[in-house]
Design a protein around this ligand. Structure first.
Ligand SMILES: CC(C)=CCC/C(C)=C/CC/C(C)=C/CC/C(C)=C/COP(=O)(O)OP(=O)(O)O
Ligand SMILES: O=P(O)(O)OC[C@@H](O)CO
Ligand SMILES: [Mg+2]
Length: 252
């Protein structure tokens, strides 16, 4: 029988009490030292987990170095957010074992997953099955993942994909506007998706301000992912201020 793993149990238990904030670090953009420092700060401020990944080549030693840098400096769970089967590191705690349901390319629906499955098993990384849905504009990940991005003003299409993901057995749904998107996923879309599914809803892409984070939570997001706003803050001190601001929007 399949048992829920440690990280997924931690997420579920925490969600009984509060909304969660995950910080995404891209090994292409941060060194192991900076990643460690950001993770340490994140933990102090009340962030709930660190995600590690990038759509353009976060692999091998570079990826391992960043995961190790984070593990050495914080106790937060490290969850891989892979762009392909290359995005797997044995030093991580868990992996979003995601399928890009609205991709046109079967590689991103089941291909990368098959190529990565034995590695995940061998390393004992906890897989968390997740429906990954790309919403317009989709940015780099939309292009790389060959998505047919969900129209921003058609929340029903997003809700249909999300429910299909749940019925396929996925235990999380992620609505993704794309890293660095000019606008986050519209609250109306978050609200309809949330109304339809029973599994936790993750929302990310383009969330830069406290107000945007609060609006996403108010609409029904359970977990908010922030990346660019922290990575591009300009300095460690500014990253700290941004983390505090975004965390306040999420935790209320
Ligand atoms: C489960 C396994 C082994 C693989 C899943 C593979 C899938 C479905 C990938 C989806 C498509 C994709 C390219 C996802 C990347 C997700 C991600 C890390 C986004 C954040 O990266 P960005 O910041 O957009 O990328 P860059 O900064 O590299 O442009
Ligand atoms: O970098 P941002 O825009 O915060 O997006 C986070 C995440 O949803 C990207 O995959
Ligand atoms: Mg990035």
């Amino acid at each position: 029988m399949i048992k829920l793993g440690k990280v997924e149990t931690y997420i579920r238990e925490k969600l009984e009490r509060e909304k969660l904030h995950f910080v995404l670090l891209d090994p292409d953009d941060v060194s192991p030292e900076v990643a460690g420092e950001l993770a340490r700060m994140s933990e102090e401020i009340g962030v709930d987990a660190i995600m590690v990944g990038g759509s353009t080549g976060a692999e091998g030693e570079v990826l391992d170095g960043v995961v190790k840098g984070i593990k050495e400096n914080s106790n937060l769970p490290v969850i891989l957010f892979p762009g392909s089967h290359g995005g797997i590191s044995k030093y991580a705690d868990a992996i979003f074992f995601m399928s890009l349901l609205n991709s046109r390319n079967p590689f991103f629906i089941t291909g990368a997953q098959a190529l990565g499955a034995f590695q995940v098993k061998r390393y004992g990384i906890e897989p968390i099955p997740m429906a990954y849905l790309i919403v317009e504009p989709g940015e780099t990940v939309g292009w790389v993942g060959d998505a047919k991005p969900l129209p921003r003003h058609k929340p029903k299409i997003a809700a249909a994909y999300a429910l299909a993901g749940q019925y396929l057995g996925m235990r999380l749904v992620y609505l993704e506007a794309g890293s660095g998107a000019p606008q986050p996923v519209p609250p109306e879309m978050i609200a309809l998706v949330k109304r339809v599914i029973e599994v936790p809803l993750i929302v990310g892409g383009g969330i830069r301000t406290e107000e945007q984070a609060r609006a996403a939570v108010k609409a029904g997001a359970d977990i908010i992912v922030t990346g660019t706003a922290i990575e591009k803050a300009g300095s460690i001190e500014k990253a700290r201020e941004k983390l505090i601001e975004l965390n306040r929007g999420i935790k209320g």
